[in-house]
Structure formats: structure tokens, C-alpha cells
Write a protein that binds this ligand. Structure first.
Ligand code: G3P
Ligand code: CA
Length: 219
């Protein structure tokens, strides 16, 4: 069973920062999960919220700051995270907006074609299934993860439709039966975000392929 560090190692270090991704790799994760938005100058930046209020000393919308300004506030570019990770684990890029899809595909293609990474070094996921459809339209090789907080059956049907790699359900939606059903269609099951030891034990007992957690050291 794989361990995927949520926003790096959010339970230990400030989320979606280079230090958090560094910590996750030190904890020997199989993968990291992160969130992307677009900056004012159209760069891919790693932050969960659409504003910078909660996680930085600044305020306002991410889209109103340049990537350089965001970097000063501790918000890394997606490219800098790829360079830091340097293939030590896979990277689950969660698209928080449809508009970031094209640029994420371009960046992944750049790392595969110019830097000799593999498509298996990445999973692109989103709750915005239109964004995932755009990723598949642009590239047949990118591994896609279908996120759902509400409906595993619908997510599985959409996963078939876009030839996804994995389904990423909110863990309370899972049962032994629906995990087995998803896997019988050859999709991986990567639920989120499981932190408490009793929840980790429960989800492990379902036979999922990996667990997205703030505390990779608890698995
Ligand atoms: O990708 C899994 C999980 O991160 C989705 O929810 O709100 O933490 O981005 P959220
Ligand atoms: Ca996320």
C-alpha cells in the first residue's frame, strides 16, 4: 500500500511549501499531493486556496499576484517542486481551476521530453472533471485521477470514459465492495485525507492502493 503525503507533509510542516515536500520525501513517501492555481502572469503556483490569506502573511487572490511576488510569500512554483522532488516519488498535481489544465500538461510534457522523466512520475487529479477531460484531450499518456467527494459510482464511470489511472474518493464513501469494484476495472484507489490511526487502520482494511495523509509517518 502506497503512502502519499498530502500537500507535502502538512501534519508536520506548513502545507504546499518546499519545506513540506522536502519533509515528505525524508519520510520516504511513494508520492506527494499538491494543489495548483495560476498567478497573475500565468505561471503555475502551488497553493490550495484561491486566496493567500490563510497560508501567508499577505491577503487577496492568488490570480492578482505574480509568481515572483508569491514566491516571496513562500508559495512555490510547480516547476520548483518538480525540481526539488527530482523523481524521488510520484507527484499528484491537483488542478484547482480549469484554466491551469493546459499549462500543467505542457509542464509535464517538458519534464518527460526534455528532462527524461516518465509519465508515471505524475498523476493529474481534479474535482473539476471538465479540466480532466481537457487534460485527456491534450495528452493520451498522462495518468489521470478522478476526485470525488460525493459519488464513487459516477467517478468510476467517468474514469472509464476518460481512461483514467485512478479514482480518488473521500474515504467515508468507501466500502470493501466498492474498492474491489473500482480495482476490478483496473483503476487504483487513492482516498483522502486520512490522518487518525483508527481511520488509517480502517481504510487499510479495505485494500486500497494508497492513502493520502498529512502524516506519512503514521502508516
Ligand atoms: O487530493 C485529495 C485532497 O487534497 C482533495 O481535497 O481540499 O485537500 O484539496 P483538498
Ligand atoms: Ca488537494
Amino acid at each position: 500500500m502506497q503512502t502519499i503525503g498530502h500537500r507535502g507533509a502538512k501534519g508536520h510542516v506548513a502545507e504546499n511549501t518546499l519545506a513540506s515536500f522536502q519533509k515528505a520525501t525524508e519520510l520516504n513517501v511513494d508520492g506527494i499531493e499538491l494543489d495548483v492555481h495560476l498567478s497573475l502572469d500565468g505561471k503555475l503556483v502551488v497553493i490550495h486556496d484561491e486566496t493567500i490569506d490563510r497560508t501567508t502573511s499577505g491577503s487577496g487572490f492568488v490570480k492578482d499576484y505574480t509568481a515572483k511576488e508569491l514566491s516571496v510569500l513562500g508559495i512555490p512554483s510547480l516547476e520548483s517542486v518538480f525540481d526539488l522532488v527530482n523523481r524521488s516519488c510520484f507527484i499528484n498535481v491537483e488542478l484547482k481551476t480549469y484554466e491551469s489544465a493546459d499549462k500543467v500538461v505542457e509542464l509535464i510534457k517538458h519534464f518527460v521530453l526534455e528532462k527524461h522523466w516518465n509519465y508515471t512520475d505524475f498523476i493529474v487529479s481534479s474535482f473539476d472533471w471538465n479540466a480532466l477531460q481537457q487534460v485527456r484531450f491534450l495528452n493520451d499518456n498522462i495518468q489521470i485521477g478522478v476526485l470525488t467527494s460525493t459519488d464513487v459510482s459516477l467517478a468510476m464511470a467517468f474514469a472509464k470514459f476518460i481512461k483514467a489511472y485512478s479514482v480518488h474518493p473521500y474515504y467515508h464513501l468507501l466500502t470493501v465492495e466498492n474498492v474491489a469494484q473500482i480495482q476490478s476495472k483496473n483503476f487504483k484507489v487513492y482516498p483522502w485525507t486520512i490522518n487518525e490511526p483508527e481511520d488509517i487502520t480502517f481504510v487499510q482494511s479495505l485494500g486500497v492502493d494508497g492513502i493520502i495523509t498529512d502524516f506519512p509517518d503514521r502508516l
